[in-house]
Ligand binder design. Structure first.
Ligand code: MEV
Length: 386
């Protein structure tokens, strides 16, 4: 029986949420909690999700990925998806980006990749199909059309690469970003999708940073104009530091939170100063991370939270959990889009901080900083159809 199981981690943003949508720097870490996606050819000839019909409208991320990777090939049959994991949904922990990245990896693994000549696909110049930050003629964003197949002169389709080498992490990140952008009306930074794909620590900046590994440039047209982000990765800390995640249990859709900030800025453009201040705080946080100075990282996170309160994306429930965590933590802030969802506390004593947050009414998860990114966990009988 053909099947592929892929998984991807959730993420927490240490600095710069919301401001990153406007091109400011930001930092996120992959967390230990993951989403796992299993795909198999459907036995009923219908698209299935967890045993029932797959509703494409209610599952726009999966639908968008099927469109981009599966639908244009008649040899490929409908699939059955099974999804499980321990990332709470709609809570600011990147569950949709993790789902999208794992789904992109599973679909690519199931179908393989056509190359122009025999090769291992490690150089995307060899690809006859696929999406990459460094292939200019591929565009996965629906706003301006998308296609997987490259211009005819580059798409010879002479060798079909199958197995884990067909899967490309940059492609997973790019596709996850494109379906996130669709779901957020064109306003989505690559923060969540790149972190859930690459794992470790991801730093996004408006310029190429020295001292950390630059990966690629990402460009996208948003309703407010063209944005350019430079994506970097950093290794996880060797220090004994943890994040305690406190969940308010309140669901606040990212698209609504992001739209509220856009409305506020449109009404009062002077408030872009607050967005720029978040960018400056993030820049200080990046410097502290590079130095491994976690006391300063924590203090800078707390400072970032004050600015998030100022732009109106916190909530009394988040502030309550942050206050409870503060005495035992190096720093604490909301993480993700806010309005509900989760806060995080950076701490050297995760048990003590977790107890304090739980006493204040939050549900907690504990994670190290910088888990492994998207991965193919198991597979059999690939490619699915040929
Ligand atoms: C959501 O996790 C982070 C936001 O900055 C939105 C985005 O970056 O696309 C609020």
């Amino acid at each position: 029986m053909s099947y592929v199981t892929a998984s991807a981690p959730g993420k927490c943003i240490l600095f710069g949420e919301h401001a990153v949508v406007y091109g400011q720097p930001a930092v996120a870490v992959a967390i230990d909690q993951r989403i796992k996606v299993k795909i198999q050819p459907s036995q009923t000839g219908l698209w299935l999700l967890d045993g029932g019909d797959l509703n494409f409208t209610r599952n726009p991320h999966i639908a968008g990925l099927i469109d981009r990777l599966w639908a244009d090939d008649e040899t490929l049959q409908p699939l059955s998806f099974q999804i499980e994991g321990n990332i709470p949904r709609a809570s600011g922990l990147g569950s949709s980006a993790a789902l999208s990245s794992a789904t992109a990896a599973a679909l690519r693994m199931a179908k393989g990749r056509w190359l122009n000549a025999k090769g291992d696909g490690s150089n995307n110049n060899q690809w006859s199909e696929g999406y990459s930050s460094s292939i200019r003629e591929t565009n996965p964003y629906t706003g301006s059309g998308y296609r997987e197949n490259r211009e005819e002169q580059y798409a010879k389709k002479e060798f079909h690469l199958t197995g884990p080498k067909a899967v490309d992490i940059d492609e997973c990140a790019l596709l996850a970003h494109s379906v996130e952008a669709d779901a957020q009306n064109g306003r989505a930074s690559p923060m969540d999708s790149s972190t859930c794909s690459h794992g470790g620590i991801v730093v996004i900046s408006d310029k190429r940073e020295a001292n950390i590994d630059w990966q690629y440039t990402r460009k996208m047209t948003t309703p407010e104009g063209v944005r350019t982000w430079e994506i970097h990765t950093m290794k996880p800390p060797e220090d004994d530091v943890y994040l305690v995640i406190g969940n308010t249990g309140i669901h606040a859709p990212t698209s609504r939170q992001v739209a509220n900030v856009a409305k506020m800025l449109k009404k009062n453009p002077k408030r872009f100063r607050e967005i720029e201040t978040i960018g400056r705080i993030a820049r200080r946080g990046i410097a502290a991370l590079i130095q491994g100075d976690y006391e300063t990282v924590g203090r800078t996170m707390t400072e970032n939270h004050l600015m998030l309160q100022s732009i109106g994306v916190s909530s009394p429930e988040l502030d309550n959990l942050i206050k409870a965590a503060a005495p035992t933590a190096l720093g604490a802030k909301l993480t993700g889009a806010g309005g509900g969802g989760c806060m995080i506390a950076l701490t050297r004593d995760p048990k003590l901080t977790s107890d304090a947050i739980e006493l204040a009414g939050g549900r907690t998860l504990i994670t190290k900083l910088g888990a492994t990114g998207v991965a193919i966990d198991k597979h059999g009988g690939i490619p699915f159809c040929q």
